[in-house]
Design a binder for this molecule. Structure first.
Ligand code: ZN
Length: 320
């Protein structure tokens, strides 16, 4: 296959209460809410996107907040940890910051010369902060809650838990990922030039029960395609290889296709363009509810259904 994704585009999880979700990702983790829209497949609920200043691919963590959904269960067939990249000397600052904000963390672990700090978000979603010894060249977003020198630079990696190693490893090979090493039952693959934002770890856990995707678990993991033409070519190749792939869906800020890796995790390939400034100015990202043209006629009803959501930084306009 000629598929060669350059890295992660976004990770999407199921969240709980949207206000609590926004408080945590904006205030505690210091990300920017770059889009406030609805789940296009379920317009009665939000789809919240967090990322860097402009929401560049590879910095994006997104949520379907479903306050009434049951708690999910972490397990095989899922992305079980989502990791963010922080500067090489910032892990200690983050441990203190998380403790001050009431977040319980594990001990700082050193894995493959990277420092790793693991914790859960308010809905039990497992996250990690990873400091890569060579650092991360991506620009920080400074929203006043986390100093720029320590700020998250974007996604570092995801960890998928699978019962069987080979089928998943084979599909990652088909997507253009390279096997870079193994530590016990953890296999590391990287895309493109590698480094933070281009890594997936596959944890082989045959004895662990299958996970259940609901609140506090990852819904899907998206990989980057540079443009629509390339995405269409990749889709055709996956179809030829017998993979069940959706049609190309218009997600307003990118185009998407979805398919499952053999271990069970839902994957997506999303285009880099057009991005989040397509329907509101860069300076105002995330402040207003944005709907795609086909849902605009239902705006009044949608706004009535959605719970209230105050952007945390709206209380501190000087920090925006
Ligand atoms: Zn997605």
């Amino acid at each position: 296959m000629s598929i060669n994704t350059t890295g992660l585009h976004h990770v999407t999880a199921v969240g709980g209460e949207p206000q609590r979700n926004a408080e945590f990702y904006v205030r505690t983790l210091g990300l920017r809410l770059v889009k406030r829209t609805v789940n296009f497949d379920d317009p009665g609920s939000y789809h919240l996107y967090y990322g860097d200043e402009s929401g560049k691919p590879g910095t994006l963590m997104t949520f379907f907040p479903r306050p009434d959904a049951p708690a999910g269960r972490r397990g095989t067939g899922q992305a079980t940890t989502t990791s963010f990249s922080v500067p090489a000397n910032s892990i200690g600052w983050w441990r203190d910051h998380l403790a001050e904000t009431g977040v319980t963390t594990g001990r700082i672990a050193n894995r493959d010369s990277e420092d790793v700090l693991t914790f859960d978000d308010p809905d039990g979603l497992q996250l990690a902060l990873v400091a890569h010894p060579q650092g991360d060249p991506r620009d920080p977003w400074d929203n006043g809650h986390v100093p720029a020198e320590h700020a998250i630079r974007g996604l570092h990696s995801v960890t998928l838990s699978v019962a069987e190693e080979e089928p998943t490893a084979e599909m990652f090979g088909d997507l253009g990922l390279t096997f870079v090493g193994q530590d016990s039952n953890r296999l590391r693959f990287s895309a493109g030039a590698g480094g933070p934002g281009a890594i997936v770890d596959v944890l082989v856990t045959p004895g662990v029960a299958r996970g259940l995707v609901s609140t506090g678990t990852v819904h899907h993991v998206a990989w980057r395609a540079p443009d629509e033409e390339t995405q269409a070519n990749w889709r055709a190749e996956l179809v030829d290889a017998g993979v069940k792939v959706t049609s190309i869906l218009d997600r307003q800020y990118f185009r998407s296709i979805y398919f499952r890796e053999p271990g069970g995790t839902l994957l997506e390939v999303a285009t880099d363009q057009p991005g989040f400034a397509i329907d509101e100015p860069l300076l105002e990202l995330g402040r207003a509810l944005k709907l795609p043209p086909w849902l605009e006629p239902d705006r009044e009803q949608i706004e009535r259904t959605l719970p209230k959501l105050n952007l945390p930084s709206e209380n501190n306009p000087e920090l925006v």
